[in-house]
Design a protein around this ligand. Structure first.
Ligand code: MOS
Length: 747
């Protein structure tokens, strides 16, 4: 039964402790199994052939030279691609398909973007496949392409923004803005970004026969094992028991492994035609063409206010790109719905279609770009009004979510701003910009708010209690490097009142109970909800198991508690061993299911505040981030150490978004010019200053079954605005285009 709020969970014991992540040692010693390192007997290697044109038709593919090369087994082209079904993408059927695009590898005679996999070579070794891939000769008939957001028509409305309409109006914001006493009306321009996780995307596919039935096993890099399994079922008309997907570790993803890209499908094609297991690893260069990106965006934010700082009108609109064949929509106006009290609000997005692979989620897909524009505009309004930006934010703090017309599940934004301000020393900053110097460096500080929704995906988990006092979780979730295994073991340990070291967990395999997508910062709360439900199911089983004359047999589920291998009701306890004896041997297991309540009575989001100090050298065009502080309210923090790492990682990625990351296009060719991490810049250690992470430790049981709202993404949101605002405070100049690179700063 769906409930609107969740009962409290005693979270004493292991929860929250800064326990070292379980996979840490395996990772630093190189023994953690990543997909590209997997091997099977008789394994062959595939290398994809990417298109060199951005749009057009394939006239011919000549594979004769490639096929003659040493070690080459087969070349896959539209002429010999095995049978498959064209299926909906995740945009159309999120629960059944995580396919990112309608454009299939080695199966199209049309090209929709440069880097599209038009063929593949399978060979005995990776080197042989790579050589032969260069020898596949393709003749194209090029057609006109457009890869620039400036040149593409921008009048199409996206169908939906993650379920929300592309236009939202409360009151008449256009008129209210016109009439406002103080106005800010500014435009922001954001570059395209690519995720660039360290671990390459990869898939190893193996077709076999088991019990007279065809069977497909895929090792792949994915944030979404269970949906991946369903996608293969649909693509190849298989039953669930005929498909197994395995992914024990993910080496960074940031959304780029949340949907299925062509290389995974291509590995299955190759393995089928070659009649052997085939591994296909996406190169860094191919990642730029083929595995999604954050779209470039143009945004306008117009704010109208009274002289006292009361906001009367908020307009947030703009355009993002999508691909010709697909419909991913970057929902950059979403966060503006519930950040400020206002009488009128207008949010409106359009999209333009360019010849790229489909864009996709990239760490806080809606909030990262949207909060940059909104929070930079708020800072401009504060300057116009001569009001401190924190005071302005607090003055316009809403009592409820305007768009949803619901109270907040737990907001604490003002506390984050105030607690952060105190720790950062915000109030010592001079009001006037351009008034602090350190030698050649101009010094400035900036602040911005952060937010991310509390999201959940349906998840099942099996919990096993063993007579020896240990416990185990089985769930087909994913380990993205966030510490899922560590934190879930802590969560179960605290419900059983045992040490976390007595709990183990298996994930990353579709033979386990189905988990949800590890996206939307949803894993901790969704898996946690399923684990919690499994513990309740175990309580019920133990009641049934109890001798009929005992008080346990009469107990209500919520009265049964655990501690150190004992099962208790009020002051009476029974050793688990005794209850199990003879019936279940030495263990008892139950599966729990979690699905978020549809009728939540609250607006469920996390909030935070970002503080930054920068130093700017205008002669050399340098911006150095000197200090960063983030204060967050995300409900329960399940592990203080892995949690801190999540916030740090998000904030560091925010530095990249603000100052470094930009995908550069050669629009004449319709190709990416900096498709490598020498020229696509991400922050390195030298770019990262002293960082301080704080949080408001308060479980949110209105939003979440375990009080935790998820922390993977909120850390990046607001960072770019805080940095741009700090650069303004240092220099007196506004920078509204990201990334803020040296040539923009230099005077
Ligand atoms: Mo996250 S961008 O939803 O993987």
């Amino acid at each position: 039964m769906a409930t609107t709020t969740y009962s409290k969970l005693p979270l004493e014991g292991a929860v929250g402790k800064p326990i070292v992540r379980r996979s840490g040692r395996a990772k630093v010693t190189g023994t953690a199994p990543f997909t590209a390192e997997r091997n099977l007997p008789g394994l062959l290697h595939a290398v994809a052939v990417p298109s060199t044109i951005a749009r057009g038709k394939i006239r011919s593919i000549d594979t004769s030279s490639a096929e003659k090369m040493t070690g080459v087994r087969v070349v896959i082209t539209p002429d010999n691609v095995p049978e498959f079904k064209r299926i909906p993408t995740f945009n159309e059927a999120m629960k059944e398909s995580c396919l990112a695009s309608h454009v299939y590898p080695a199966a199209e005679r049309e090209v929709f973007y440069a880097g599209q996999f038009v063929a593949a070579v399978v060979a005995d070794t990776f080197e042989a496949a790579r050589d032969a891939a260069l020898a596949v000769k393709i003749e194209y008939e090029p057609m006109e392409h457009v890869t620039s957001i400036e040149e593409a028509p921008a009048d199409e409305r996206p169908k939906s923004l993650f379920g929300a309409p592309p236009v939202i109006e409360i009151g008449d914001a256009v008129s209210a803005f016109d009439l406002a006493e103080v106005k800010v009306d500014v435009n922001f321009d954001l570059a395209m970004n690519h995720h660039n996780p360290i671990e390459p995307h990869a898939a190893l596919a193996h077709w076999s026969h088991e019990g007279g039935k065809e069977h497909l096993t895929v090792f792949e890099t994915t944030q979404s094992l269970s949906v991946s399994q369903k996608t293969y079922e649909k693509l190849f008309s298989l039953q669930p028991e005929q498909v197994r997907v395995i992914c024990e570790m993910v080496g960074g993803a940031f959304g780029s492994k949340g949907s299925m890209w062509p290389h995974s499908v291509l590995a299955c094609f190759c393995a089928r035609v070659a009649g052997a297991p085939v591994k296909l690893v996406v190169t860094r260069q191919q990642l730029f063409g083929g595995t999604g990106h954050r779209t470039p965006m143009k945004q306008r934010v117009a704010l109208g206010a009274n002289r006292d700082g009361t906001i009367k009108a908020i307009i947030h609109e703009g355009v993002a790109t999508t691909s010709e064949k697909d419909s991913y929509a970057e929902a950059f106006t979403m966060a503006t719905r519930m950040m400020y009290q206002t009488e009128s609000l207008r949010l409106a997005q359009t999209q333009s279609r360019i010849h790229t692979q489909s864009p996709t989620f990239m760490r806080a897909p809606a909030e990262t770009p949207g909060m940059f524009a909104l929070e930079a505009a708020i800072d401009e309004l504060a300057s116009e009004l001569g009001i401190d930006p924190i005071v302005l934010r607090v003055r316009n703090e809403p009592e409820k979510s305007l768009y949803e017309d619901k109270p907040f599940s737990g907001r604490h934004l003002v506390e984050c701003l105030q607690k952060g301000a105190e720790a950062f020393g915000w109030n010592e900053r001079p009001r006037e910009p351009r008034s602090q110097r350190d030698g050649d460096w101009l010094i400035g500080t900036g602040v911005a708010s952060a937010t991310y929704p509390a999201m959940f995906f349906p998840t099942q988990a099996r919990v096993t209690l063993r007579a020896g006092g240990t416990a185990h979780i089985d769930c087909c979730s994913q380990e993205l490097g966030t510490g899922t295994v560590t934190t879930q073991c802590q969560l179960l340990a605290s419900q059983l009142r045992i040490s976390a070291s007595r709990v183990s967990m298996n994930l990353g395999d579709t033979s386990l109970p189905p988990g949800g997508i590890s996206g939307g910062s949803a894993t901790a709360a969704s898996v946690g909800g399923a684990v919690r439900a499994a513990v309740d199911a175990l309580r019920k089983k133990l009641i049934e198991l109890a001798p009929s004359d005992s008080s346990l047999a009469q107990a209500r589920v919520e009265d049964v508690s655990f501690k150190e291998g004992m099962v208790s009701v009020a002051s009476q306890s029974w050793p688990l061993e005794e209850l199990l004896s003879g019936k279940f041997k030495d263990e008892i297991a139950a599966v729990g299911q979690f699905k978020a309540a549809k009728d939540s009575k609250t607006s469920n989001h996390s909030y935070g505040a970002q503080f930054v100090e920068v130093a700017v050298d205008e002669e050399l065009g340098l911006v150095r981030v000197r200090r960063m502080l983030g204060c967050f309210a995300c409900g329960t923090i399940l592990n203080a150490k892995t949690g801190r790492s999540q916030f740090l990682g998000g904030m560091i990625m925010g530095v990249g978004h603000a100052l470094h990351e930009k995908t550069v296009w050669d629009h004449r060719l319709g190709r990416i010019a900096n498709d490598n991490i020498a020229e696509y810049h991400v922050p390195v250690n030298a770019d990262i200053p002293d960082m301080e992470i704080m949080w408001i430790d308060e479980p949110d049981f209105n939003a979440s079954p375990v009080g935790a709202k998820g922390i993977g993404e909120i850390g990046i949101t607001g960072v770019a605005a805080a940095i741009a605002n700090a650069i303004y405070h240092a220099t007196g100049r506004r920078y509204r285009d990201l990334p803020i690179t040296p040539e923009k700063i230099i005077i």
